[in-house]
Design a protein around this ligand. Structure first.
Ligand SMILES: Cc1cc2nc3c(=O)[nH]c(=O)nc-3n(C[C@H](O)[C@H](O)[C@H](O)COP(=O)(O)OP(=O)(O)OC[C@H]3O[C@@H](n4cnc5c(N)ncnc54)[C@H](O)[C@@H]3O)c2cc1C
Length: 328
């Protein structure tokens, strides 16, 4: 955890940022994690994943818009993505999902999972410019998605946004059941949020958490985060609507597979999720075993914050960068 926070702090320094952004040396490492600078460039990678039987969520990189114009541009990009992906692979009608979400007494068996959806960030929808402004943009994106039978996942950002994100989801969900969010096991509050999403019957993705957080809000010890993750994932498998278990941690994945088998939870009732470029072998082997696996595919030229979070998760990647710095 110490190395992770050191990497996150170092990578935010101005000179490190400008060197990594400009140097061509890092391009191969960047392109391992990012599918292209534009939506069109990311589509061949998306189609290749779909052909292998994987599911996809597309992410337009960027966060914390500086003004309303930037947020409106991001909103337009989200809408273009939704329109474009609907031509890549036909969606199963979201109407049946809507019914299962609103009818809490029914057997909440999901139909065939949506092959492609999108993941967005509320700070890219203008949250720093105000909740009302961001909500208006978010609702417009959700309306476009609903018209196309698509789903929009709201990524979870730093802890200063957690409560506002949860409140936003709570407000829009009655009108747009085609959305859901992400919970981070490193936060102390997450046990309670797990119960909230179960009550809402919203689609949730569970992750360990990728941001630099103080010990006042998040577990500093990795073992505690892993422990919380397993406990919360099991609770979601028991009671949530089509949860997404997003991790590359093979030990945890094995434990959750065994739990689902023991509790007779069918493979169609949840999905695993992983990031583009990470543990492709594991993605393929889970598909071969009959599990739903969705890959998070990012594109765009604002890749630096996403890229540094990936480095911090695996110090070996960051040491490659450090070596290049030392070599000059
Ligand atoms: C689909 C998806 C969406 C996500 N969305 C969010 C979000 O909205 N908000 C948020 O805070 N976080 C998000 N994350 C990131 C998450 O919080 C973790 O930081 C990330 O998944 C690493 O944790 P891990 O569960 O894989 O376990 P770890 O214990 O970190 O890693 C387990 C093993 O996975 C492999 N691995 C993990 N990361 C890497 C890497 N970068 N490069 C190479 N190998 C690696 C290594 O083999 C490692 O030993 C998302 C992750 C996924 C998979």
């Amino acid at each position: 955890m110490f190395t992770r926070s050191l990497i996150l702090k170092t990578s935010s320094l101005g000179f490190v940022q400008s060197t990594v952004r400009q140097s061509k040396v890092f391009r191969p490492l960047v392109s391992r994690f990012i599918a292209g600078d534009t939506l069109e460039q990311s589509l061949p990678a998306t189609e290749a994943l779909l052909q292998k039987g994987l599911l996809v969520t597309l992410d337009y990189l960027g966060e914390n818009t500086a003004n309303e114009a930037e947020a409106l541009q991001a909103k337009q990009t989200y809408e273009s993505m939704l329109k474009r992906i609907s031509t890549v692979k036909p969606m199963p009608s979201y109407a049946s999902w809507n019914k299962t979400v609103t009818d809490k007494t029914s057997d909440r068996r999901p139909p065939v999972p949506d092959p492609i959806n999108i993941s967005i960030k509320l700070t890219q929808c203008g949250l720093d410019q105000g909740d009302e402004f961001a909500e208006k943009n978010f609702r417009e994106v959700l309306q476009t998605a609903a018209d196309l039978g698509s789903f929009v996942r709201v990524d979870m950002e730093g802890s200063e946004y957690t409560e506002r994100t949860m409140k936003m989801i709570d407000r829009v969900l009655p009108d747009f059941p085609n959305t859901g969010t992400v919970l981070q096991s490193y936060l102390y509050r997450t046990d309670e949020d797990v119960e909230k999403v179960i009550e809402w019957q919203a689609r949730v993705r569970l992750v360990k958490g990728a941001y630099l957080e103080p010990s006042s809000v998040a577990f500093p010890e990795k073992e505690k985060v892993d422990e919380a993750y397993v406990k919360q994932a099991k609770r979601l498998l028991d009671a949530a609507f089509y949860p997404a278990l997003a991790t590359h941690d093979e030990k945890i994945i094995d434990e959750l597979k065994a739990y689902a088998t023991e509790k007779q939870i069918e493979k169609s009732r949840f999905e695993f999720q992983m990031l583009y470029g990470i543990r492709r072998d594991l993605q393929d082997s889970l598909v071969a075993q009959g599990y739903n696996v969705r890959v998070y595919v990012p594109f765009g030229d604002s890749w630096y914050p996403y890229f540094t979070r990936r480095l911090a998760e695996r110090p070996a990647n960051a040491f490659f960068i450090l070596k290049s710095f030392l070599k000059g």
